[in-house]
Design a binder for this molecule. Structure first.
Ligand code: NAG
Ligand code: NAG
Ligand code: NAG
Length: 306
């Protein structure tokens, strides 16, 4: 009886090998690149370019399915910085999805420049083996500049639609953007580093409503993970390859995804950038950063070098 049954099941599998879409399951690996920000390093833009090259070599050896660069691709959008980026970019063997940071986009004209220089949309999504990756432009998402008004409204609408679409497709969701929504607590006051409270609550409500467990960000020039107060999602903050202001060096986040059935099935590991001449901490704070929204009077303004 058991033999007959397994013979039958065996036959069924042989004749119908693709009952379940194979693409929907299985393992994959991806990486997060932090602020590449060519032109920001203390040792000159050529060193930033070299570290981007080292990052390409390192992730190529890991054979990731794809990577996500969380914004600030260059420091000043200068011609030589952008061409340095464009020169190294093809060295990556896998797709590298590019997000904008506040150094890339701070006005309508720089938004246009970004899409033109990198030939990408400022926000986009893609699906991979049961996961939907939603890549946001956090500048227009959190800005209240009048010139962005239309973009801001459309991006929120688009974001909510993506979350709904993922739910209907039964996909797990990973969200990526440049700014951390918060750093220490969900109710902390507005600062240069976080989402202003004006939109932070709305964002976090959507994240919880749609069961998002993983959020990838940059901007802070530090490497750490931040957990929500009830541990329902994790924010992966990565310094990147231009400058870091903590003790964690230049590096890359590796992710192994083993299934889509539990947040625990996304395993994270931080890897130092290999082959660099130094892991020398930057002093002070980033300075001269474009401001993308009006801060309320009690907020801490853009940081200055101490
Ligand atoms: C820009 O992107 C489109 C679509 O992704 C691609 O077909 C085209 O070749 C790209 N152009 C350049 C100059 O890379
Ligand atoms: C606002 O954006 C929508 C969609 O992108 C576009 O159709 C519309 O023309 C824009 N309006 C203005 C005033 O820019
Ligand atoms: C991810 O997978 C690789 C290759 O299978 C393995 O070497 C590595 O230890 C895994 N990392 C984590 C954090 O599970």
């Amino acid at each position: 009886m058991g033999g007959l049954l397994s013979a039958f099941i065996g036959g069924l599998f042989l004749s119908l090998p693709m009952v379940v879409p194979a693409n929907h399951y299985g393992r994959f690996r991806f990486c997060q690149l932090g602020d590449i920000q060519i032109g920001f390093g203390q040792d000159g833009w050529e060193s930033d370019m070299h570290r981007m090259h080292l990052a390409a070599q390192q992730v190529n050896a890991q054979k990731f399915d794809f990577c996500i660069a969380v914004g600030d691709l260059t420091n000043g959008r200068l011609r030589h910085e952008i061409s340095a980026f464009q020169q190294v970019y093809p060295e990556f063997d896998m797709p590298v999805h590019l997000l904008p940071g506040n150094h890339d986009i701070s006005s309508l004209s720089t938004l246009e420049q970004f899409t033109h220089d990198y030939n990408v949309s400022d926000h986009s999504s893609f699906t991979h083996k049961g996961y939907r990756f939603i890549l946001l432009n956090s500048i227009t998402l959190i800005s209240d500049l009048p010139e962005f008004k239309n973009h801001t409204a459309h991006e929120w609408e688009w974001f909510e639609q993506q979350l709904e679409d993922a739910k209907h497709a039964k996909e797990e969701i990973i969200v990526a953007h440049h700014h951390p929504p918060f750093e220490h607590s969900e109710n902390e006051r507005d600062s240069y580093w976080n989402f202003p409270k004006r939109v932070r609550g709305k964002y976090l409500k959507l994240i919880r409503k749609h069961g998002v467990h993983h959020i990838l960000v940059g901007h802070r020039h530090e490497t750490k993970t931040i957990s929500s107060h009830n541990q329902d999602f994790t924010i992966y903050v990565l310094a990147g390859t231009a400058r870091f202001f903590d003790n964690n060096g230049f590096g890359i986040n590796y992710f192994n995804v083993s299934s889509k059935h539990s947040p625990r099935h996304v395993k994270h590991q931080y890897a130092l950038l290999e082959g660099v001449k130094h892991h020398k901490r930057s002093r002070g704070q980033p300075t001269g950063c474009p401001d993308i929204f009006q801060h309320p009077p009690e907020a801490t303004g853009p940081p200055t070098e101490s």
